[in-house]
Design a protein around this ligand. Sequence first.
Ligand code: UD1
Length: 419
Amino acid sequence: MRKIVINGGKPLSGEVAVSGAKNSVVALIPAIILADDIVTLDGVPAISDVDSLIDIMEIMGASVKRDGETLEIDPRGVKNIPMPYGKINSLRASYYFYGSLLGRFGEATVGLPGGCDLGPRPIDLHLKAFEAMGASVSYEGESMRLATDGQPIYGAHIYMDTVSVGATINTMIAAAKAKGRTVIENAAREPEIIDVATLLNNMGAHIRGAGTDIITIDGVETLKGTRHQVIPDRIEAGTYIAMAAAIGEGVKVTNVLYEHLDSYIAKLEEMGVRMTVEEDAIFVEKQGELKAVSIKTSPYPGFATDLQQPITPLLLTAKGRGSIVDTIYEKRVNHVPELARMGAEISALGGQIVYQGPNELTGVPVKASDLRAGAALVIAGLMAKGRTEITNIEFILRGYSNIIEKLTALGADIELVND
Ligand code: UD1
């Protein structure tokens, strides 16, 4: 069993560069299936979700070359083979294969998506959109079969009942080569949606409005090869910024798009975090006393649910009482009992996390039960007195590129141990 071992209390300083966005790249890779030629991605993070997607693409017949952060994918050999089990079930984003296979072949048989347990995570909006575009949906054992009666899918007017990142991107991918016009209303507005639309448009798609709540896609017959730079990961950036504020003595986080972190930065400022925003970096100073704040997550541009857990250890250093309400995933509280075991005054009840600070944490064995809970435990371990052992670290490695190397370079005493 692999674990991360941290000897806490060492102040961090120096520079850390943010990698390409996980939530972009996990959609960009499946979207490439629609191209008639090679597509190259730059800025691809070294995370295990990418490894899994590459394996899946190769099993399907794509030819993939990876050189550092560059990924070259030739999708011409992709065959529409059923993908019921295996890596497909290991990640949430495998649902993007529904959209891309449906767009290219008019049918898909793909296993149900896996991913982090954040409470119920339905995919009904994805399926409703595909049905509106002419696909029939049926369950075959552990997988989902989407099919048309031999005709290509067609454009449709789709109103999303809930703002959903995945359903918005998936509909865009499927619609890129559909016959006619698709309009998505109440679309999600996350930067990753713009990134996927940019790739598709550079491949020759006609997508307008990505980043607003109405997206229009005029289907085209063919999509060509291109080269694309993945946007920086705003969640990874937010994680390092929180860490720097909690235990840093001058940390510069580089490759940051400040505009993607507006609501997050505003919350840090409300706490009294001292930082300087530079052109593509944020410098976080050593902090004085911080003020407890309350957080409510909401779809972009609101406070990201994915940053709720990584900011929690920083909140614990602040003076006073505050709360977190996650309106996207109200059961996203896996980090709370672990932080409480480290000595924090924090509890989760009735969809609300409540904490009282400041807290001194002590290192104990803890378990990462999902990706961002894992990030919270890494930060807590760095802050804590003594030794923290984190198990279930596969979750952390799914989403944080070279995390051990990056933290070691900042001065952390952290190591990945194979038991
Ligand atoms: C994406 C992100 C994830 C992030 C989440 C919310 C990826 C790979 N993952 O997940 O990191 O935490 O956005 O920002 O990009 N919903 C439905 N029916 C659906 C789809 C969603 O009811 O068919 C609900 C969900 O239960 C949730 C809300 O809509 O309450 C938002 O979910 P959604 O934006 O779809 O999350 P994901 O795309 O799965």
